[in-house]
Design a protein around this ligand. Structure first.
Ligand code: GL7
Length: 818
């Protein structure tokens, strides 16, 4: 039976009781942090009952489950999320209110679990939310990093990385499950033993090992009593006791095991769309893959004995290439532990694994040096060699005589293990994350593989959860939508189209704009508290928040701001609607160009914000430590959403959808899911600019783009670029931004000058901004554009995405819950 949240009165009493029993304090004496912990337990109590019921139904109904394998789950804070999904948010808010406490301050006490970098990790979290809401049986499988994504401090305009010690105090929404511990082995060698029946036994010896311990987190569905599980794995040494007793003399090995366990899950690699081939990362990958598979098989064998039928009950979705070892580890377990021969093991594996590609960026393609791979995973390496041998034979059979093609497609080539190739060879499904991205995979980056296995390729356009990104982040708009069209959109976002009835209703448009203004005031206060910059809530809030990457072109945005500033200074009376340009972005710790762009944004902000002569027409704000929790407020307050990646580079984007849901109007390129947003909007109420992906790809192929021409033909660009190197934004050190200047113009500095076509798209970007200015001046026009975005956002719910994965790839049944 589904358990509901108690009434407001009961919650009020329970919170006080918990404070007393947990901290031996009267409510009045409790700190905010203690009240947060008490609230978490009150909510947990209900969650746990539903979790138990759900898991009992799993045992009874024995449904097919998806295991979503991901190195990243950017779940964000859970208290608010769980209260929303258990339909108890208002009740807790009112209870706290009665006790004189603001719920925001209590939610703010929770560390923001940042077990991911950006879009890819947040997508995994949205998928779990949708799976539970749609009642599909699912497990998330990941890593319990002790330090998540670093916290960003801005000092003198520069990014400083500060460790994110989110586990400093006990996290209330996780549960250690020592009963599901498994051993994971690294290094050593493999000994062969011929068996009397003619088969060979492979024995792994001389290895180091750790114990993998899962911590389970509940994943609540919206208002349906369903609670799935996210298992994140931590490592502990197996040998502690031996170390203490000095027995058997392998003290050194025990020390090694201890260090292995200590380092393994310590920290998330803070790279987005880029991997470094670090051995520790490969260890992390094998660690969580092996532990998750062992737990999955363990569960399977509780109710089944025929391993050949595994694909009827289990599907592993690999979130990018990071968990590709799933392929080889499943083969190993099936053969070495469960006695299958190669062909049977391959038959089972290839019906259980599916792969999602999330990027075409070459630097994100995972390749491991064979030597490292072999040393760390000797048995797995043998299996990969055999997969590769058979795969190359298959290519040869299909394309006889095309040895170059075999070389291009091989899993083992040039001394490397190519993870994407293995993922595609073994998966029964390969999907991209937006229509355009999937087409580029098929026609360009994975073209060889598409020719080999056209039937494997399919598209699943990304989505986001409206529960977190509207109901929680923007309750004012959420309540307003409910007052107009009811509640059905909460679990079926396509119902937002009913808002079309209000597009010509002046009163509704006014109310809508009033809510936006309230949200802008909330953000303006946040900006004042954090940046000490005074921004006018009546100015246009033009926002670009996402990871800092050259292909995402924050540089184009800030160069345009520099251009506007020049314009306003040259023509003080020009017609210009005051605009606040808001940025938020973390750069990977070792990404020098990206970090310098952050510094540039902050220096430009300092100059512009302190120039009284421009009469507050322009403001620039860099929000420190952009993360899930402040993102919700930022989306709610945005008028304009900047989605300006070089066409073809952003696989999908998901921030674009969160802005749209919150009634911001997009300025964007025809890239990723922007293309589908454009289609949903019938090409209206969105500002598109710049080259198409075909044009970009053609220039890349023909090497015929020269940014110097762009500069010479455009005096505005000339002036702005001059200001990069004449000390205009860096008086003390005029050379500071020279590397940015060089990256745009100087072929000697990068592979290609202006790799991401910033100057090429500059003029058309300026024009699009002029159109925004014109549209914003008419309040009603703008309101209609913005509301039209909300009305057409239906497609971009992760509920829709998950239903497509279920129908086309996973084939799951909904769990029955009474
Ligand atoms: C990403 C893509 O860059 C992004 O466009 C996409 O929305 C996201 C989820 O599919 O995946 N790929 C990637 O490597 N990272 C992403 O965010 C880090």
């Amino acid at each position: 039976m589904k358990r509901q949240m108690p009434s407001t009165k009961e919650i009020e009493r329970e919170i006080q009781d918990r404070v007393k029993s947990m901290f031996r304090k009267d409510f009045e004496e409790a700190t905010k942090e203690e009240i947060y912990r008490a609230c978490a337990e009150v909510v947990n109590d209900v969650v746990i009952d539903n979790w138990l019921t759900t898991q009992k139904e799993f045992n009874k109904q024995d449904p097919k489950c998806v295991y979503y394998m991901s190195m990243e789950f950017l779940i964000g804070r859970l208290l608010g999320n769980n209260m929303i999904n258990m339909r108890g948010y208002t009740e807790v808010m009112d209870a706290l209110d009665a006790l004189g406490i603001d719920i925001n301050e209590i939610e703010d006490q929770e560390p923001d679990p940042a077990l991911g970098n950006g879009g890819l990790g947040r997508l995994a979290a949205c998928f779990l939310d949708s799976l539970a809401t749609l009642r599909y049986p699912a497990y998330g499988c990941g890593i319990r990093y002790h330090y998540g994504m670093f916290k960003q401090k801005i000092e003198d305009g520069y990014q400083k990385e500060v460790p994110d010690d989110w586990l400093q105090t006990r996290y209330p929404f996780e549960l250690e499950r020592p009963e599901y511990e498994f051993e994971v082995k690294f290094g050593g060698w493999v000994r062969y033993e011929s068996q009397p029946d003619g088969t060979t036994k492979y024995i792994h010896e001389g290895y180091n090992s750790v114990i993998a311990t899962p911590y389970d987190m509940p994943v609540t569905g919206f208002d349906n009593g369903m609670v799935n599980t996210l298992m994140i794995w931590d490592a502990k040494p197996k040998e502690v006791f031996r170390l203490a007793s000095f027995e058997r003399g392998d003290y050194n090995k025990a020390v090694e095991d201890m260090n292995l366990a200590r380092n393994l899950t310590e920290v998330l690699y803070p790279n987005d769309n880029h991997v470094q081939g670090k051995e520790l990362r490969l260890k992390q990958q094998y660690f969580f893959v092996s532990a998750s598979l062992q737990r999955a098989l363990n569960k399977y064998f509780r109710y089944h004995h025929d391993i050949m039928k595994l694909p009827e009950k289990v599907v592993f979705q690999m979130n990018d290439t990071h968990p590709t070892l799933t392929v080889a580890e499943l083969m190993r377990l099936l053969m070495d532990e469960h006695g299958l021969g190669w062909d049977d093991a391959w038959e089972v594996t290839t019906h259980c694994v599916a792969y999602t590609n999330h990027t075409i960026m070459a630097e994100a393609l995972e390749k491991w040096p064979e030597e490292i791979f072999k040393g760390l995973l000797p048995r797995i390496y043998m299996i990969v060699e055999e997969i590769n041998r058979r795969f190359c034979e298959e290519i040869r059979a299909k394309f006889p005589g095309d040895e170059q093609r075999i070389h291009r497609m091989a899993i083992l080539a040039d001394g490397q293990v190519k993870m994407a190739h293995m993922a595609i060879a073994a998966s029964f499904s390969v999907n991209g994350v937006a229509a355009l991205h999937t087409e580029i995979l098929k026609n360009v980056s994975l073209h060889d593989f598409y020719e080999m296995y056209p039937e494997k390729f399919n598209n699943k356009t990304n989505g986001i959860t409206q529960r977190r990104f509207l109901m929680h982040g923007n309750y004012k708009l959420s309540d307003w939508v409910i007052s107009k069209i009811g509640r059905s959109w909460i679990t079926d976002l396509s119902n937002m189209e009913k808002l079309e009835n209000y597009l010509d209703d002046k009163k509704s448009l006014d109310e809508f704009m009033e809510i936006k203004l309230e949200n802008k005031k909330r953000l303006a206060k946040y900006i004042w508290d954090h940046n000490k910059v005074n921004v006018d809530p009546n100015s246009i809030f033009d926002v670009q928040v996402k990871r800092l990457h050259e292909y995402k072109r924050q540089l184009l945005n800030i160069l345009h701001v520099m251009y506007l500033y020049n314009q306003i200074k040259e023509n003080p009376d020009m017609d210009f609607y005051p605009t606040t340009f808001i940025f938020g972005a973390k750069a990977s710790a070792g990404y020098e160009n990206a970090k310098l762009i952050i510094k540039l944004i902050n220096n430009v902000a300092a100059v512009i914000n302190n120039d009284k002569s421009i009469d507050n027409k322009l403001k620039v704000v860099f929000i420190e430590d952009y993360r899930v929790s402040n993102a919700e407020w930022i989306f709610a307050a945005a008028d304009v959403s900047e989605q300006i990646s070089t066409a073809s580079k952003e696989a999908s984007g998901t921030g674009n959808m969160k802005f749209m849901l919150n009634g911001a109007v997009t300025i964007g390129t025809m890239d990723g899911a922007n293309v589908e947003m454009y289609n949903e909007l019938d090409g209206e109420n969105i500002f598109i600019f710049g080259m198409s992906s075909d044009e970009v790809i053609a220039h890349e192929k023909n090497h015929d783009y020269n940014p110097v021409d762009e500069m010479n033909n455009n005096p505005h660009i000339q002036k702005v670029l001059g200001q990069l190197i004449n000390g205009y934004y860096s008086i003390d050190n005029p050379e500071l931004f020279r590397p940015i200047y060089n990256s745009l113009l100087n072929t000697q500095c990068t592979e290609r000058a202006d790799m991401y076509f910033v100057l090429k798209d500059f003029a058309s970007y300026c024009e699009a901004h002029e159109k925004i200015q014109a549209a914003y001046k008419d309040r009603e026009t703008w309101a209609k554009m913005a509301l039209s975005n909300v009305a057409h956002v239906g497609k971009f719910s992760s509920d829709r995405t998950i239903q497509e994965y279920v129908d086309d790839i996973w084939h799951l049944d909904k769990l029955e819950l009474k």
